[in-house]
Design a protein around this ligand. Structure first.
Ligand SMILES: Nc1ncnc2c1ncn2[C@@H]1O[C@H](COP(=O)(O)OP(=O)(O)OP(=O)(O)O)[C@@H](O)[C@H]1O
Ligand SMILES: [Mg+2]
Length: 233
């Protein structure tokens, strides 16, 4: 489904150049659940932003379902079926939770239709009551609530490739167990793939494959049971 070929991401700081991602190649197959982990600053979010098109690769190619998307914009990639949930979601002044979910659910084949559900059920999936539908997406939402709304909006989009950046951030452990179930169900869909960036053992353990990033390179990858030592599982 997704094929990253020799990706480089170089940033310039004055005269200094720093390679955040270095010669990275990675494939994600349809139906696969891939977890990416690694130390702070190892390049995980940068990689997620490269996939979504928020960052542009300095070198290398990105192929999505056989199509070269290296030069495609964020919007074009979204239309092709790539969705990304930010590590730190942003506020949308003047927009209610309902508005956001409506915008997200414009795609035909959505998670909503798949489960025969509605916005209320979708919010319940991320542990929010229906009272939140009319809430504004501003700083009146708590950090964890904003994060849940963000995850719900990605689910509503029903994308083919979903990239979640640290979905656990700010979510309490009880709600997180339920969220883990959502990820488990999502990747059972044969034409979908899920990439989750996480530091949580409960997520890494249910992944088909764990990729460990270090200094912008893949240090190791494999089934979680084969990476027990590296991951201290
Ligand atoms: N546009 C940029 N300009 C300069 N430095 C950047 C830029 N984007 C990322 N970096 C740096 O690249 C490194 C990797 O950042 P990134 O956010 O990808 O890390 P991460 O693996 O997601 O870390 P964390 O676990 O803390 O979320 C960091 O040192 C960051 O400061
Ligand atoms: Mg990050």
């Amino acid at each position: 489904m997704l094929d990253l070929q020799n990706i480089e991401f170089v940033v310039k700081n004055g005269a200094k150049r720093r390679a955040i991602i270095q010669d990275l190649s990675l494939s994600v197959k349809a139906g696969e659940f891939v977890a990416i982990t690694g130390p702070n600053g190892s390049g995980k979010s940068s990689l997620a932003r490269l996939i979504m098109g928020i960052n542009r690769a300095s070198a290398g190619k990105l192929i999505f379902n056989g199509q070269d998307i290296t030069e495609k914009t964020i919007t074009e990639r979204a239309k092709l079926g790539i969705a990304y949930s930010f590590q730190q979601p942003v506020y949308f002044k003047g927009l209610s939770v309902r508005d956001l979910l409506q915008v997200a659910a414009t795609a035909k084949e959505t998670f909503l239709q798949d489960t025969g559900t509605d916005y209320e059920k979708l919010l319940a999936t991320v542990g929010l009551s229906q009272d939140y539908l009319e809430r504004q997406i501003d700083n009146s939402l708590s950090g964890g609530e904003l994060k849940r709304v963000e995850i719900a909006s990605v689910l509503a989009r029903g994308a083919k490739l979903m990239v979640f950046d640290e979905p656990e951030a700010g979510i309490d452990i009880w709600s997180f167990a339920r969220l883990t179930d959502v990820f488990r169900k999502l990747h059972k869909k044969p034409d979908c793939a899920v990439v989750v960036i996480s530091h949580q053992k409960s997520i890494l353990n249910i992944a088909d494959r764990v990729v460990i990033l270090k200094d912008g390179k893949i240090q190791a990858q494999g089934r979680p049971e084969d990476l027990k030592e590296e991951l201290a599982l």
